[in-house]
Design a protein around this ligand. Structure first.
Ligand SMILES: [Mn+2]
Length: 317
């Protein structure tokens, strides 16, 4: 197993109430962490401030963008990365406890090393500066050498996709309002060229900027895909899943098509079923590099009520 674990982290034995080492009232060595204790890293993975410390290579880096100053409804997503980390503690993949009955495997079985790379310092006062900070941080991590633990199949694919023919780390970003995707796509474009997007969301996020917008107003959580298409960052083969927002009219979907997206609505998922939807997405994307983006409002607000832009899944809302 290539996941790098602190030996001082939570050990499987601590889950056994009959183990003589647990709870160990007098013996405090080793100082094992429980699921609800220890440093607040994602899923108990090792934590480094990777932007200033390149000493630990990784195959999959988790980075956090605490940013929410381009949303038009409810701010507060700057607290999202911290909340996701707190919620992830119950699933300690960082110590190799990740076997899923549904998958018949654990993420650690694929050999990749994971690292929680910390939070990016992002201006809460200047959106243009903030977007630049996010792009620079993402590109910095994307340009790092990999640990090299992934299987040959993954290595070959990554090398084939990259413009420089080298293997690059995969980055998982925790936001943050949805505009964080624009700096990510700008960074990905520098390494891979145009990419497709699989976008799970209640909303299109391809709206054309309003006439008369200032340069900063043009870039917001509902327009960033349109800006990305303007900049040539996207292929013409992206796809949405879960769309159910109210629109101005059919012209919104026509514009969405020019940005390069097909629409799978929330009702389509009910009508055609998950397996057919997966088939449709595979057909659309093909065997090209793809970025996966998930807006939490794609799930019903009853499951995620603090979303910045809640949208009920009930059709007759
Ligand atoms: Mn949304």
């Amino acid at each position: 197993m290539n996941i790098q674990c602190h030996s001082s982290r939570l050990q499987p034995e601590t889950f056994q109430p009959t183990s003589p080492r647990s709870p160990g009232p007098a013996n405090t060595s080793p100082q094992n962490d429980m699921t609800y204790s220890g440093p607040l890293s994602f899923s108990h993975f090792n934590y480094r401030k990777c932007l200033e410390d390149a000493s630990t290579p990784f195959d999959i880096g988790i980075i956090r963008f605490p940013f929410d100053t381009t949303t038009s409804y409810r701010p507060g997503a700057r607290f999202g990365p911290y909340a996701i980390r707190a919620g992830s503690r119950r699933q300690p993949l960082g110590v190799g406890i990740g076997y899923s009955l549904a998958w018949g495997s654990s993420p650690s079985d694929f050999g990749a090393s994971f690292l929680d790379c910390g939070d990016v310092p992002i201006s809460p006062f200047d959106n243009a500066k903030a977007i630049g900070q996010m792009e620079a941080a993402y590109l910095t991590l994307l340009s790092r050498p990999v640990y090299g633990g992934t299987s040959e199949i993954y290595k070959e694919r990554t090398r084939a996709f990259a413009l420089d023919g080298k293997e690059h780390p995969r980055i998982v970003t925790l936001g943050g309002d949805h505009t964080i995707v624009l700096p990510i796509l700008r960074a990905l474009h520098k390494v891979y060229g145009p990419v497709s997007v699989i976008h799970f969301d209640a909303h299109l996020d391809t709206w054309a900027p309003l006439p008369g917008s200032t340069p900063q107003e043009r870039i917001n959580h509902g327009s960033f895909f349109a800006i990305a298409a303007e900049e040539g960052l996207l292929t013409n083969t992206s796809i949405h899943g879960g769309i159910r927002c109210k629109m101005n009219g059919i012209e919104d979907l026509r514009h969405d098509d020019t940005v390069g997206f097909q629409v799978i609505s929330a009702e389509d998922i009910d009508d055609y079923g998950i397996k057919n939807i997966i088939k449709k997405i595979r057909q659309r994307i093909g065997d090209k590099p793809v970025y996966l983006s998930l807006d939490i409002d794609v799930v019903d607000p009853s499951q995620a009520p603090a979303s910045k832009y809640p949208q009920s899944t009930i059709v007759a809302e």
